[in-house]
Design a protein around this ligand. Structure first.
Ligand code: NAD
Length: 295
């Protein structure tokens, strides 16, 4: 069993850290939010009073932070974790951030003499709790092989996408597709209901037909159709509209840099931006259903 440090105990990080404890690892945690730290300490983790204290003497450091600027703050500079990390440590960032930021942090890690993986996840809060996340890793093959057993305590599918930054590229492609699928699913359901169809019946038909997709099959956006999803609890929890907007922004920036046309992604980005501007940024992203149909 390993000494693991976990930094960033939010919606995703807390259940992921919890699964590392359940797997028998020795866990040290750090977050700016004390209640999140206290909850993990109750489960058996040790708490650190700074990023640098958390980083010292770990076999693995895993970070799960909101966005690129938080990752740069935690990793870089005189008080960043790379300033106090020991050479045996494998550092893994599971936040969703720009591939360029992941590469910048990777270069700093290599300069500090440690291996780094960008390893963003898919599977949401449900997957984080169940330990069934998909990890999409970018970095050296040797670092991937070293990190895989630890990631398996939190996830079911552990992919190696390519060199540093590749995990983030695959992740933003996936989330752009997810935004398109969620908008399209919401649009189709609203059209059917406007024609008098029962949303549960229509969902079942489309699930067994060629319109079936992840948003419809396991994350139905229509309230009351599916138990245990955000749509059935007023779109609370889950994956926030603001975070989806961040990811769509990363996809748009990347598309511009690479001269890649993304008309469907751009439309989805505009829909979610409008939705966030109407006060829905703190709701789950399946609340895009309300753009098409107000309950
Ligand atoms: P969150 O906002 O719930 O949690 C982030 C945590 O980081 C918070 O507890 C915050 O206090 C902490 N933090 C911020 N700055 C810090 C610092 N300088 N030092 C220590 N702690 C700091 O976010 P989340 O929903 O857990 O998402 C985390 C990442 O995972 C994001 O990049 C997101 O895009 C990605 N993601 C989220 C989901 C989801 O369903 N929520 C799914 C896949 C990927």
């Amino acid at each position: 069993m390993a000494n693991v440090t976990f930094i960033g105990l939010g919606n995703m990080g807390s259940p992921m850290a919890s699964n590392l404890l359940k797997a028998g690892h020795t866990l040290t945690v750090f977050d700016l939010a004390q209640p999140a730290v206290d909850a993990l300490v109750k489960e058996g983790a040790k708490s650190a009073s700074s990023v640098q204290e958390a980083a010292a003497d770990a076999d693995y450091i895993i970070t799960m932070l909101p966005a690129g600027q938080h990752v740069e703050t935690v990793y870089l500079g005189d008080s960043g974790l790379l300033a106090s990390v020991s050479a045996k440590t494998l550092v893994i960032d599971s936040s969703t951030i720009a591939p360029e930021t992941a590469r910048k942090v990777a270069e700093a890690a290599v300069a500090a003499g440690v291996d780094f993986l960008d390893a963003p996840v898919s599977g949401g809060v449900g997957g984080a709790k169940a330990g069934t996340l998909t990890f999409i890793c970018g970095g050296e093959e040797s670092a991937y092989n070293q990190g895989k057993p630890i990631l398996e305590a939190m996830g079911k599918n552990i992919f190696h996408a390519g060199p540093h930054g590749s995990g983030q590229i695959a992740k933003i492609c996936n989330n752009m597709l997810l935004a398109i699928l969620m908008s399209g699913t919401s649009e189709a359901l609203a059209l059917g209901v406007k024609n008098g169809l029962d949303p549960a019946v229509l969902s079942e038909i489309m699930k067994q037909s060629s319109g079936g997709n992840w948003a419809l099959n396991v994350y139905n956006p229509w309230p009351g159709v599916m138990d245990g999803v955000p749509a059935s609890r007023e779109y609370e929890g889950g994956f926030l509209v603001n975070l989806m907007n961040k990811d769509l922004g990363l996809a748009m920036d990347n598309a511009v840099k690479n001269h890649a046309p993304v008309p469907m992604g751009a439309l989805a980005r505009n829909l979610f931006t409008l939705h966030a501007g109407q006060g829905n940024g703190g709701l789950d992203f399946s609340s895009i259903q309300r753009f098409y149909h107000q309950e």
